[in-house]
Write a protein that binds this ligand. Structure first.
Ligand SMILES: NC(=O)c1ccc[n+]([C@@H]2O[C@H](COP(=O)([O-])OP(=O)(O)OC[C@H]3O[C@@H](n4cnc5c(N)ncnc54)[C@H](O)[C@@H]3O)[C@@H](O)[C@H]2O)c1
Length: 450
């Protein structure tokens, strides 16, 4: 069998790792992007976006990987096109398919010209029901072919997390394929058997089931995070209770599992919050009840409120508060819906003076906060400037803090350790470590508010 050729439309945070992994695994890959910089980067063998292992996989696939801005050229020279373009959330919280539909319109004339059967794959996250309605209609109108017959179609979303996109692609729990016809679904499944191993678990189904599965998985995970955060709040109010002890045991039950069950701060990032809102909005339109999704959101929003209340109990407005960790998770510059930014914004509103540190996300955070925070280069310098320090991401760099690094202080530093990375023992009397989710940390706090 000749080597299959794939075109990848959209070389962003998900598309460029996808193109690189497929090329490294032996497929001929042509990437397409409207952003010339991304196209040039791929053609020069350089990662267009920062992502661990991406550079390595671009190098591995270099002889089979190229990029262009010409949609015709890419489609005519490939058998399958993966569309990985943005689907931003609209005002009502549902995903907007405009970029996906535009990409299909742009590739339509080339597919119409082709004698061989082309397969269009949408990898972008779309609202349940999109494939069989608007997407099918646009494909048929712009290619002149029939979906499931003369043109193949699959909905094939990825389950990846920024920061581990390549690793997640190489070792998925399973591959989700919504298919217009069995022939197309099998071809896509075989691609993953080649990329991820012959034992890769495939879940093949119709498109609406796949669309709902994709959004359900993320929203179930958010419910699990909110559950752990709800338990964290309870533990803090119970002398002797410790969230880590409880979740380690709860997660040992195979019906539950340990992943995403660590109490901490609110979830954020480009996917979780919007997926949960999109599911709620879709269900509402359908007349279905989604109390769990609404509760998940409310619990998530409450996490910032909860921290602000803790701070207000101990320090009056005007106090200097330090926040270590502005990205939505460690080791990324992405600040979208991050707990650190939400906390900073709330504290600024309440009149506190906010100082921040984060090796990658401090600048974008300061921009998002309209310059109303002061960036400090590292956690040691930050601790010298503030009355209270909150650790919002469990970054390894933050673990360097100790009694010695705190130097001379008038009053002990109060640390709210949201991920429990510190021991009180290493700070002696120089700091009071309040670990989120540990009853013994918080139950004795007396109000110092002026
Ligand atoms: N980033 C994630 O963590 C993640 C995880 C799961 C799913 N997704 C989904 O994947 C999709 C893509 O997300 P992303 O984070 O990679 O987006 P991104 O913004 O990083 O990249 C999208 C790229 O598509 C390009 N593009 C848009 N329209 C185009 C067109 N017509 N022709 C050629 N290029 C075009 C843009 O220039 C951009 O480079 C979204 O639907 C998102 O919801 C993303």
């Amino acid at each position: 069998m000749s080597v299959m050729s794939l075109s990848v439309i959209g070389l962003g945070k998900l598309g460029s790792p996808f193109a690189a992994v497929m090329a490294a695994k032996g497929f001929n890959v042509i990437g397409i992007d409207k952003n010339k910089k991304f196209v040039t980067a791929i053609n020069n063998g350089i990662a267009p976006v920062p992502e661990p292992q991406l550079q390595e996989y671009i190098r591995k696939g270099k002889s089979r990987l190229s990029a262009t801005m010409a949609m015709d050229e890419a489609v005519l020279n490939s058998d399958i096109s993966f569309i990985i373009v943005p689907t931003p959330s609209g005002k009502d919280g549902t995903f907007n398919n405009a970029y996906v539909l535009d990409a299909i319109k742009e590739m339509g004339p080339a597919i119409a010209k082709k004698k061989s059967r082309h397969i269009i794959v949408v990898t972008s996250t779309v609202m349940p029901g999109s494939s069989d309605t608007v997407i099918r209609a646009v494909i048929e109108k712009h290619t002149g072919k029939i979906v499931g017959d003369t043109v193949g179609y699959c909905y094939n979303p990825e389950f990846i997390a920024l920061g581990s996109v390549v690793a997640d692609m190489l070792d998925p729990d399973f591959i989700l394929i919504g298919e217009s016809d069995a022939r197309s679904g099998k071809i896509i499944g075989d691609i993953y058997k080649k990329t991820c191993g012959k034992d890769t678990v495939l879940h093949r189904m119709n498109c609406v089931n796949a669309e709902l599965t994709k959004i359900s998985i993320n929203t179930f995970v958010t419910a699990k995070i909110s559950y752990a955060n709800m338990l964290t709040d309870i533990c803090e109010r119970l002398p002797g209770a410790d969230i880590d002890v409880v979740t380690a045991a709860v997660g040992a039950d195979s019906r539950i599992g340990k992943k995403y069950l660590k109490g901490g701060v609110a979830y954020g990032g480009p996917c979780f919050p919007r997926d949960n809102i999109a599911l709620s909005m879709m269900a509402r339109k359908l007349g279905a009840r989604v109390d769990l999704s609404f509760a998940t959101d409310r619990i998530n929003d409450y996490q910032t409120e909860r921290l602000v209340k803790r701070i207000e109990k101990m320090f009056p407005s005007g106090a200097h508060i330090g926040i270590a960790g502005m990205s939505y998770k460690p080791n990324t510059p992405v600040i979208e819906r991050s707990a650190g930014v939400a906390l900073a914004a709330a504290l600024i509103r309440e009149g506190y003076k906010v100082f921040i540190t984060d090796p990658l996300a401090a600048k974008p955070a300061k921009e998002a906060l309209k310059g109303k925070v002061t960036i400090i280069s590292d956690i040691k310098m930050l601790s010298a400037k503030v009355d209270m320090l909150l650790v919002m991401t469990p970054l390894n760099e933050y673990r360097v803090l100790s009694a010695r690094s705190l130097g001379k202080r008038k009053n002990p530093l109060v640390i709210i350790d949201c991920w429990r990375i510190f021991d009180q023992g290493s700070f002696g009397k120089k700091a009071t470590v309040l670990a989120l989710g540990r009853g013994d940390s918080f139950v004795h706090i007396k109000s110092k508010k002026g």
